[in-house]
Write a protein that binds this ligand. Structure first.
Ligand SMILES: *Cc1c(COP(=O)(O)O)cnc(C)c1O
Length: 394
């Protein structure tokens, strides 16, 4: 078994594109300066590189460069956004609205704020994973300060209607004495679907590099500066970098890599999405032949590379074990084995029967091929068949 399994777990992380690595390398050695050093060329070079990346990332979401705050990733960006707003807008109200299928990097900061006295509304989702806008309408209160809704889900790939939510937040803001800040965790969306903070009325947006063929450990928070100007309480105090919102020496090579990854993604987005959608469709065409298989999440309102399925009558842990030699995928953790609890995302889809099924998430990416899809489909189908045969014999 010398061949490694085919990587199909691109929602977890992606390989770094070689072009990104090449762009980063000089900033570890030759151009190693601190971008905050204003008195010599080492600092200036690093500062210029950071400026370029900042401009690329800002342009990708229709923001201005001053509105990009670099962080260590989307987890930190979410924490800064949610805790930063909670602290800064505390006197306006203590009510936050978010949704049940958020990443833990949103859910956990919200639950933490609950212990400090904030009230959190977790909106349910419909069977297809998308929120019902009427539920949001009903959830708004006079003391609501923040609405946090992800762009694309990391398990089921479902896209939320950001533009509609943004418009509703603006409308409700006009009825209250204060602004309602709209935050979106867009870690899975950047470089894959169009994002426009102006058109969508988004005030805070969390981004990360490593889901889009950039390095791990770097991300950003977009913070709106006009209409309205968002105030955030800093969560990291120190040297005053990033306009005092996020202190710490900027990680130049990672920032350069993030910029390059976004640049490539924007150039290739249209053709790449077509290609990856074709791969996913042909995988689903094959897998849907399996008896008792179900697609989780909206069939089309989803990320191009996402396929999340539940399978009746097989043990989740056994299935994953059987798949492992050929493919690297994730379990939706809706397992019949008692040890693992079902994923909160699948639970939120409200199909309680399905929770007893095995579930698998495929994350297809830039470097996958049709030949790999065929091998994966074949092995998946034969694994399910042999597990079912065993179950019958027992
Ligand atoms: C991966 C991911 C995160 C965490 O991002 P890091 O950069 O790894 O901290 C947050 N939210 C979503 C939706 C993600 O997919």
């Amino acid at each position: 078994m010398s061949q490694r399994p085919i990587y199909f777990d691109c929602h977890s992380t992606t390989p770094v594109d070689q072009r990104v690595v090449n762009a980063m390398l000089p900033y570890f050695t030759e151009h190693f300066g601190n971008p905050s050093s204003k008195s010599h060329i080492y600092g200036w070079e690093a500062e210029a590189a950071v400026k370029k990346a900042r401009e690329t990332i800002a342009a990708a979401i229709n923001a201005t460069p001053e509105e990009i705050i670099f962080t260590s990733g989307a987890t930190e960006a979410n924490n800064l956004a949610i805790k930063g707003v909670a602290e800064a807008y505390f006197s306006k109200g203590q009510h936050i609205i978010t949704i049940a299928t958020e990443h833990n990097a949103v859910i956990d900061p919200c639950n933490y704020l609950k212990t400090l006295g904030f009230e959190i509304t977790f909106l349910p989702v419909q069977k297809d994973g998308i929120i019902n806008l009427k539920d949001l309408e009903k959830a708004f209160r006079d003391d609501t300060i923040l609405v946090s809704v992800m762009a694309a889900n990391n398990e089921i790939g479902v896209l939320q209607p950001l533009a509609e939510i943004g418009a509703m937040c603006r409308e409700w803001s006009s009825k209250t004495e204060h602004d309602i800040i709209f935050h979106s965790d867009s870690a899975q969306a950047i470089g894959k679907i169009p994002l426009d903070v102006q058109g969508m009325n988004i005030d805070l947006m969390s981004l990360t590099a490593h889901k889009v063929y950039g390095p791990k450990g770097i991300g950003a928070l977009y913070v709106r500066r006009r209409n309205p100007r968002v105030t955030l309480a800093s969560q990291l105090h120190g040297g005053g970098q990033e306009r005092g919102i996020r202190s710490g020496t900027l990680y130049t090579p990672q920032i350069v890599g993030f910029g390059k990854a976004v640049e490539i993604a924007l150039q290739t987005q249209a053709t790449e999405n077509t290609f990856i959608t074709q791969l996913r469709e042909s995988l689903w065409e094959r897998l849907s032949q399996v008896e008792g298989i179900h697609l989780n999440g909206h069939p089309t309102q989803r990320l191009p590379g996402n396929l999340n399925v539940s399978i009746e009558g097989v043990d989740g842990a056994a299935l994953l074990l059987g798949l492992q030699p050929v493919m690297a995928v994730s379990s939706g953790a809706a397992c019949s084995s008692a040890s693992s609890s079902p994923s909160h995302v699948l639970t939120a889809l409200g199909d309680s029967e399905k929770l007893a099924y095995a579930s698998v998430r495929f994350g297809i990416g830039r470097f996958n091929t049709l030949e790999e899809i065929n091998r994966v489909a074949e092995h998946f189908i034969s694994t399910v068949q042999s597990l079912r045969k065993q179950a019958v014999m027992v």
